[in-house]
Design a protein around this ligand. Structure first.
Ligand code: MN
Length: 260
């Protein structure tokens, strides 16, 4: 997309943290730096961890929050579908931006992420789509100003380069102030260092309940990985696609099955 086209682009903004999330305001700020035609359709409630889920057993309620701003009782995928197929069907968005998520979406976590899914859905609908996430440390203020300092430039540059229709872009911002950002690295989806765990708690009536949690670990020493770029203070830009086929294994299995 050329800078001229981007300046006139109709931008759809969504997220998974919900309509009240500070990160949504950060992304609206980024979108407003790019174009004057910004529409917001975001979940009424926090949908972090919703992944690419789609509401099919519950109705999707929509609430007008302000001009061109709608809250949806549904997932980020529902938001993008509602926006493109209903709210904006007379003139569809030219660009879908999702985020800015509270926390990174990298490595193996991308498939859990509702933020990533917002961009996935835009991609499936044939629209250029970008997901944004801001790294943070627990008990510290989140550095949204890092996202808003770099988001528009990263978007302009990535769109100027362009990508195929079956690809979308995943952007993560490091947990440093904007002036300390070392630069932008174009990365690949890395491998998650930490493991999963289930934490048991006891409620006031003595019943057990559980939280998904994690066990810490060390990241792989791969300079091209998203996780390493973020840990090293770079903005990470990763092109992703929805085709999960592993081509080398497909060929190997095909040869095996054809031989028998
Ligand atoms: Mn989230």
């Amino acid at each position: 997309m050329t800078p001229e086209k981007l300046a006139k682009a109709r931008i759809l903004v969504t997220n998974d943290d919900g309509i009240h999330a500070p990160g949504l305001e950060a992304l609206i700020e980024i979108a407003n730096q790019l174009s004057n035609d910004v529409w917001v359709v975001a979940p009424e409630f926090n949908q972090s961890g919703a992944g690419h889920s789609l509401s099919i057993t519950r109705p999707i309620r929509a609430r007008d929050v302000g001009p061109n701003k709608v809250a949806i009782e549904g997932t980020p995928t529902d938001c993008v579908l509602y926006a493109v197929k209903h709210l904006m069907k007379a003139r569809k968005p030219d660009l879908v931006l999702s985020g800015v998520n509270r926390g990174t979406n990298m490595a193996d976590d991308v498939t859990y992420s509702g933020t990533i899914a917002g961009a996935m859905e835009g991609c499936l609908l044939g629209l250029p789509s970008i997901a944004f996430s801001q790294a943070f440390t627990h008990d510290h203020p989140i550095k949204w100003a890092t996202a808003t300092a770099f988001g528009a430039d990263v978007t302009r540059k990535a769109l100027a380069a362009g990508w195929p229709h079956n690809v979308f872009v995943n952007v993560n911002f490091p947990d440093v102030v904007a002036s300390s950002v070392k630069g932008v690295r174009v990365t690949r989806q890395g491998v998650r260092a930490f493991g999963s765990s289930i934490v048991e708690r006891i409620d006031p009536r003595g019943g057990a309940y559980y939280w998904n949690s994690y066990t810490p670990g060390d990241h792989e020493p791969d300079d091209e990985a998203d996780v390493v770029a973020i840990r090293s203070g770079y903005v990470s830009v990763t092109p992703l696609h929805l085709d999960l086929t592993h081509e080398a294994t497909r060929r190997k299995l095909a040869a095996e099955f054809e031989a028998t």
